[in-house]
Design a protein around this ligand. Structure first.
Ligand code: NAD
Length: 290
């Protein structure tokens, strides 16, 4: 199946960049959120990312400034925003990127089943939840699949293509082809909690959270030491602020429920989330953001 038109639901930390990735590969895309201001934030993010990429190419003398200006309009012109499901009637592929809560995801999948054509593939960007449970909310479980981008979606090459209990081989193949068409490297995996990357990442980060809290260590010092070791580009607390504390907490809780206490849920993170401090997106998390 060829994807002539796509849609993204949820224009938050991930959604705006996912729309940008799709548009910059030449495919028109509709970006939906619940409020116009959230849609605008996603569209702005997509424009900024495109501008940054094109400026980089101008800097390396790969394209002229004039070409960059016209490509910017071409790419961002392929993304349209909506707060309803306007423009979903002729899409071939949808990426759901709403908060990491099964009840929200199932409600969105039920709506997508109503508003998209029967042949459309409904994909979730979930970090750890069950694809089969989302598929249960639709009448097309064979066309429901995981399509897990990594932060920041415009930069990271990997996508996990996750197979639900009823996902068809045809859907998995079309999804893998679409990943390649948008210049990503797809790995296929089963729907075990956390899939591959988050299960590995969280098992190590979990230990950092645990030791930091048990020993009363300073978060900034821990981040600094880990960053200076050169093994990763930034420390885990700063990374959590960028990813969104609510998302990271839901993933950690889900992994602990699934695998037991070897996965740690940080009480400090829970406290911050309860107070509405979700990291960069709200201006405060483990750090203050300008
Ligand atoms: N943040 C990350 O680093 C990251 C990385 C990979 C995958 N994910 C996954 O992507 C998904 C989204 O995460 P995020 O960090 O972008 O969340 P976010 O909170 O930044 O954004 C979610 C957006 O969805 C919108 N939304 C809520 N209900 C909606 C609905 N019914 N219809 C349309 N929009 C709705 C919200 O208004 C918000 O703008 C989650 O499943 C998360 O696990 C996140």
């Amino acid at each position: 199946m060829y994807v002539f038109k796509a849609a993204v639901v949820g224009a938050g930390t991930m959604g705006g960049e996912i729309a940008q990735v799709i548009a910059s590969s030449g495919v028109p895309v509709v970006l939906k959120d619940v409020k116009q201001e959230f849609v605008e934030t996603g569209l702005k993010k997509a424009r900024e990312v495109t501008q940054g990429q094109l400026s980089g190419l101008v800097g390396k003398e790969k394209i002229t400034q004039e070409q960059a200006d016209s490509q910017l309009e071409e790419i961002t012109g392929r993304i349209s925003g909506t707060t309803e499901y306007e423009g979903f009637g002729d899409v071939d592929f949808v990426v759901e990127a709403v908060p990491e809560r099964m009840e929200i995801k199932q409600a969105v999948f039920g709506e997508l089943d109503e508003v998209t054509p029967g042949h459309a593939i409904l994909a979730s960007n979930t970090s750890s939840l069950s694809i089969s449970e989302m598929a249960d909310a639709t009448g097309r479980p064979d066309k429901v699949v995981g399509f897990h981008f990594f932060y920041p979606a415009s930069v990271m090459r990997l996508i996990e293509v996750i197979e639900g209990e009823e996902t068809s081989e045809e859907t998995l193949q079309a999804t893998t082809n679409f990943a390649q068409a948008i210049r990503k490297t797809a790995v296929r995996c089963g729907e075990g909690p956390g899939f591959v990357v988050n299960r590995i990442l969280n098992s190590s980060v979990s230990e950092v959270w645990r030791v930091t809290e048990e020993e009363g260590l300073d978060i900034k010092e821990v981040d600094k030491v880990i960053q200076e070791s050169g093994t990763v580009p930034m420390g885990p607390f700063f990374l959590t602020d960028l990813l969104g504390l609510d998302t990271v907490l839901h993933v950690a809780e889900h992994l602990q429920e699934s695998y037991g206490d070897r996965f740690y849920v940080s009480p400090k993170m829970k406290e911050l989330v309860d107070a509405g401090n979700l990291g960069q997106k709200t201006g405060k998390g483990f750090y203050e953001h300008g």
